[in-house]
Design a protein around this ligand. Structure first.
Ligand SMILES: Nc1nc2c(ncn2[C@@H]2O[C@H](COP(=O)(O)OP(=O)(O)OP(=O)(O)O)[C@@H](O)[C@H]2O)c(=O)[nH]1
Ligand SMILES: [Mg+2]
Length: 270
């Protein structure tokens, strides 16, 4: 079994707590990243779905390709939100139609790290109740919050330590897994450059930085980016580690444009 170097104790504990909590909840909301709705699905969703209904929600819609999001919404996924701007009206309506087992409806928000679980929870309860942050691993344990007519449980992002290394590579481009899980920023950046070039998306992304069409190897492309961005060591050579970090972090935060990595039935690593 391949294990990532990043499956900290809080993930193992969160996983145990969630399955124990399931008996006290009416519904799970599984948050995913709209840029890769299949690869960012929760490793626990199938097991939780045997216990309680699970509704999948795509967050970060504003960072995804709008045409591709439309395709995803034609399938089983019904909700996509820019959690920084959109209200959650239709989702709340669906929740409140359910008959709660207790006095109030109890909902658990689950998903992998950094997909927007805490932000979705804050939007549901209407306030900055749960801590939100741009790096994976912000929420460390389960916590209950009160909304208008329901209780919501926030939970820590959980990765599957047994996922194929390729899955973690793609997650590192979206900020859902730390770069060190896949061997550092250079490995993450070279994987990203290779993927985007294979899919004909590289210029759409790196064009913002003035990148041009080339048949050079990926390492030389990263070098070119480093030079353009002024990521230089004291001797004037390109600091490729720094360039790699700038590329991965800029892509993850959406500063390089709206890109969706996969369509239904398609694998990032085909
Ligand atoms: N652009 C954009 N950013 C979002 C959206 N939803 C969340 N974010 C950002 O994504 C980052 C992660 O959000 P969180 O709500 O902390 O994510 P989480 O899933 O709770 O993360 P962990 O607790 O670390 O597992 C933050 O920087 C948010 O501002 C969205 O719809 N659009
Ligand atoms: Mg959180």
């Amino acid at each position: 079994m391949s294990r990532t170097v990043w499956f900290p104790g809080h993930m193992a504990k969160g996983r145990r707590e969630l399955s124990e909590l399931a008996a006290r909840l009416d519904l799970f909301i599984e948050t995913r990243d709209a840029r890769a709705p299949a690869s960012t699905s929760s490793p626990d969703a199938a097991a939780l779905a045997k216990l309680k209904p699970v509704v999948a929600v795509l967050a970060k819609k504003d960072l995804a390709d709008p045409e591709k999001t439309k395709i995803w919404l034609k399938g089983r996924t019904r909700y996509a939100f820019d959690l920084r701007r959109d209200g959650l009206g239709p989702l709340k309506k669906e929740m409140l139609r359910l008959k709660p087992a207790h006095r109030e409806l109890r909902v658990g928000v689950v998903g992998i790290p950094n997909v927007g679980k805490s932000m979705l929870l804050n939007s549901l309860v209407g306030g900055a109740a749960a801590k939100v942050g741009g790096v994976p691993g912000v929420t460390r344990g389960v916590g209950w919050y009160r909304g208008n007519g329901f209780l919501v449980v926030d939970s820590p992002g959980i990765l599957d330590p047994r996922s194929a290394p390729g899955v973690h590579l793609a997650l590192s481009w979206l900020g859902c897994a730390r770069a060190e899980v896949v061997g550092g920023y250079e490995a993450a950046a070279l994987g990203l450059i290779s993927f985007l070039r294979r899919r004909g998306l590289w210029l759409a992304v790196a064009g913002v930085w003035g990148a041009a069409e080339t048949d050079e190897p990926d390492e030389a492309v990263l070098d070119g980016i480093g030079r353009r961005l002024g990521c230089l060591s004291s001797g004037g050579a390109v600091n490729s580690g720094l360039a790699a970090r700038r590329l991965v972090e800029s892509f993850a935060s959406g500063r390089l444009g709206r890109v969706t990595l996969e369509l239904p039935g398609e694998s990032i690593f085909d």
